[in-house]
Design a protein around this ligand. Sequence first.
Ligand code: MN
Length: 489
Amino acid sequence: MKRCFWFLVGSQCLYGDDVLKTVDSRAAEMSAYLNSVAGLPNELIYKGTAKSNREISEVIRAANYDKSCAGIITWCHTFSPSKMWINGLANLQKPYCHLATQYNRDIPNEEIDMDFMNLNQAAHGDREHGFIAARLRIPRKVIAGYWKDARVIDKLSSWMRAAVGVAVSRELKVMRFGDNMREVAVTEGDKIEVQAKLGWQVNTWAVGDLVKEMGNVTDTEINALMTEYKSKYDIATDNIESIRYQAREEIAMEKMLKREGCMAFSNTFQDLYGMEQLPGLASQHLMSKGYGYGGEGDWKVAAMTAIMKAMGKDGNGASAFMEDYTYHLEDGNEYSLGAHMLEVCPSLAADKPRIETHHLGIGMNEKDPARLVFEGKAGPAIVVSLVDMGGRLRLICQDIECIKPILDMPNLPVARVMWRPMPDLITGVECWITAGGAHHTVLSYDVSAEMMKDFANMLGVEFVHINKNTTVEALEEKLMISDLVWKLK
Ligand code: MN
């Protein structure tokens, strides 16, 4: 679906028609510039100048009901008395950004007089507008600065991506094959809470239904997918039957996902009843198409993967299900090595992935599963984990620096990513564990920590950011205060 944002400009009738006409044409000019020249990720549609309680209430009601509208952006060119906004804003159900900008960049020395001041009083109007959102405790993002400034455009683009994440979240369906891995705690969670707070519909389907669907996949369908595999990946195995089996699994899973409208799925190696292989290549290739995935029944990370992929570049960015596996603890050269048993999304790959087949001892694999093997890209990234604290959800985000792995690890049969967590590995791990972050995460190269903070804020979820400035002491204090705050909410 093409998602857009609505631009509402605040004013009032006090100024007369000429001023309102000027406001109207400038607002249209600004949205046209932001769409065409600035290249926002989503279209900004100017919805008119709001001058009365009735107009504001109507446009916000329409925004709530418009499926393509992912949020509203407001700005006050002139003064717009905010009691006019109360009834509308009190009912707003979409993400909300207050752009505190100004049509002119500079104060014109000769031209400025009282007429100029009355027309160009955003410095004044945006304060009145900001007060009412603060007074009503409405979650919103405030972005200040000149509207053609690159920093403002970047902030607006980033906020739009977060809001797209919210829209995707509210419609998300997750298909579970099998339950969570036995005895594991952090992958559990309250499905009612996530549906009420985040919109996720998380339900289960029998592995037997999938096996039946796999039985109906034709050779022609498998041949077509094999051609696609060959075009995207290097085949580094003679075990073609194993690759064909993964193709069968992928086709069957995608049919079921499409039929049910699900964009995320989980499975577990403990329940592969009737299957010869844990889906490896199958899950990896589905992820490359934008589906979220979580291993060991981890439906929370599956959902977050789908959402963060949709928030990224062109609606399917470099975000992937990831797991911290093992550390390199050489003094001053510490790194975390991330991978999974099989299922790492090729959107992270530095080079063309290879299809390999290897024995997998964990689970009920009768045959060696095919999987994509590659190294992850170098560069700044984040890892994100959503945990259920009992009564509330906590979203933990850590800044990381990915590197080309310092070892080539020739006998490691899975895709791998190596990184240094911020502020350093040791402190970073202490912080992550203190906050209760999971071993499963979503690793992303193109979703930022600020987007995740905005996403959490829009949905009323606690947000913890571990970055280059974080200390264990400060984090412990923040978490203690958070516990109190969230008990009061
Ligand atoms: Mn795992």
